[in-house]
Design a protein around this ligand. Structure first.
Ligand code: IDP
Ligand code: MG
Length: 151
């Protein structure tokens, strides 16, 4: 097993549309394990650091104002192959290209309002987790259901 952690965030549109519970439930039901969660507003500086790789792109300024337009639900989830598994549950960046059954495919219409962020690699996950959480905010706990999720 390659146990990984990934950083997921319900974006301001997901919060405003009342989809936090729906979104969280999809990761829970899949069998992923919640390690940390925080309902918070992110500063412009944090948004710029988080999306530093996109600086200079034409959508960058609107992306920063979108991400700072209201509170977000920041989370860390853990599981075997969690980074790729969660990207699959989210769907493609453009909701119109996302398959039905994915979060973006089921609830979104445009790339600029695509409901959720998820790390794209274990390296990105480590960087993003440390941007939003202190080490002591990550919970280490056993879960008896794991015996019925992993063989
Ligand atoms: P990802 O969220 O699927 O990893 P990225 O390419 O990393 O997609 O882009 C980060 C975020 O920037 C997207 O989730 C979306 O919110 C926004 N974004 C990306 N491309 C566009 C675009 O062409 N128009 C508007 N927003 C965009
Ligand atoms: Mg990305």
């Amino acid at each position: 097993m390659a146990v990984e952690r990934t950083y997921l965030m319900v974006k301001p549109d997901g919060v405003q549309r009342g989809l936090c519970g729906e979104i969280v439930s999809r990761f829970e039901k899949k069998g992923l394990k919640l390690v940390a969660a925080k309902f918070t507003a992110i500063s412009k500086a944090t948004a710029e650091s988080h999306y530093g790789e996109h600086k200079g792109k034409k959508f960058y300024d609107s992306l920063i104002s979108y991400m700072t337009s209201g509170p977000v639900l920041a989370m860390v989830w853990e599981g075997d192959g969690a980074v790729a598994v969660c990207r699959g549950i989210m769907g493609k960046t453009n909701p119109q290209e996302s398959a039905p059954g994915t979060i973006r495919g089921d609830f979104g219409m445009v790339t600029g309002m695509n409901l959720i962020h998820g790390s794209d690699s274990p390296e990105s996950a480590a960087r993003e987790i440390s941007l939003f959480f202190r080490p002591e905010e990550l919970m280490a706990y056993g879960r008896s259901a794991d015996a019925w999720i992993y063989e």
